[in-house]
Design a protein around this ligand. Structure first.
Ligand code: BMA
Length: 295
């Protein structure tokens, strides 16, 4: 099973006239809210410092970018950039939570920020003190009464729980790379966009890379009330770099996703192509579930 690329790809490109997004626009969050698609994307200027830009769209395909970023480095722990946003809507609380990575000489820190309007963000700070960590994303509802979040202690996907979004505990491994020599996910695995709740479990899109540093995507199904339990994880992948702009860019051979919103009956997987542009590939939810259950 493979995702289908949208014919309008790539949907978003860097803008050489804007200092902060002149070089690369890539890994993005996308949420649908009040009839519009809202995108938060990672942007780099020629200094390679990452900012988070915001774009709006009526259809998820044609995007209007805001002139200025909505999140830029402010703190010392963000000095080299704010990266890889993943935005979760918490329906019960009526607010949005952005998981982003802060990068600086101090390390790679997983941070959260909150917003009610998707434009102004209030930082909650870095939430796993004392360790380098990234690829974190918040689940869209509490599980057994607590917030849940994937994170990544290399090379594995982990999950942790919290009562207040700031203090995280009960860390457990969810998925590990498969043994060396067995292919596409032998080196590291990391979470994608917000997990999709289905009657059969949490459907998750995740990324991995192999010894040649080729990034690919696949899907797995996790237990609804205990997502550390993997119910199904097929051996194969569902997406890999094949287009020129996925093979060659800033970092070669990368498809990397931070967003997989459910749009009608389809899962729309937005992804960074070679760390330079934004693309979209889709699949029917039913087909993805069938794939996930095949493993
Ligand atoms: C990961 C992250 C992503 C990036 C990917 C490929 O570690 O930094 O932002 O897309 O590497 O370069």
């Amino acid at each position: 099973m493979m995702l289908t690329r949208h014919p309008a790809n790539p949907l978003l490109r860097p803008d050489p006239l804007k200092r902060w997004e002149a070089l690369n626009v890539f890994n993005c969050a996308v949420v649908q809210h009040q009839g519009l698609f809202h995108m938060h994307y990672r942007a780099q200027g020629v200094d390679y410092v990452s900012h988070i830009g915001y774009a709006l769209s009526p259809d998820g395909i044609h995007w209007n970018k805001l002139e200025q970023p909505v999140l830029s480095p402010v703190h010392d722990y963000e000095a080299r950039g704010v990266e890889d946003p993943r935005v979760t809507y918490l329906a019960d609380e009526g607010c949005f939570v952005m998981a982003y990575t802060a990068y600086s000489p101090l390390g790679i820190k997983p941070c959260l920020a909150i917003s009610e309007n998707l434009v102004t963000w209030q930082r909650l700070g870095c939430v796993l003190p004392g360790e380098d960590n990234k690829d974190h994303v918040l689940f869209p509802r509490k599980i057994r009464g607590r917030y849940a979040m994937f994170h990544r202690r290399p090379p594995n996907i982990w999950i942790a729980y919290s009562d207040d979004l700031v203090h995280w505990s009960n860390h457990q491994v969810v998925m590990e790379p498969r043994p060396e020599g067995q292919g596409w996910d032998e080196k590291r695995v990391g979470g994608g966009g917000v997990p999709i709740e289905t009657p059969e479990g949490w459907l998750v899109i995740y990324h991995a890379y192999d010894r040649h540093h080729v990034y690919r995507l696949s899907a797995a199904l996790l237990d609804l009330e205990d997502p550390a339990k993997v119910i199904h994880r097929p051996a194969g992948f569902i997406f890999e770099p094949t287009e020129p702009w996925e093979i060659k860019g800033d970092v070669p051979n990368v498809v990397f996703s931070c967003a997989n919103p459910l749009v009608g009956e389809e899962v729309w997987v937005y992804y960074g192509g070679a760390d330079r542009v934004v693309g979209l590939a889709t699949a029917k939810l039913a087909e993805l579930l069938e794939f996930a259950k095949s493993g």
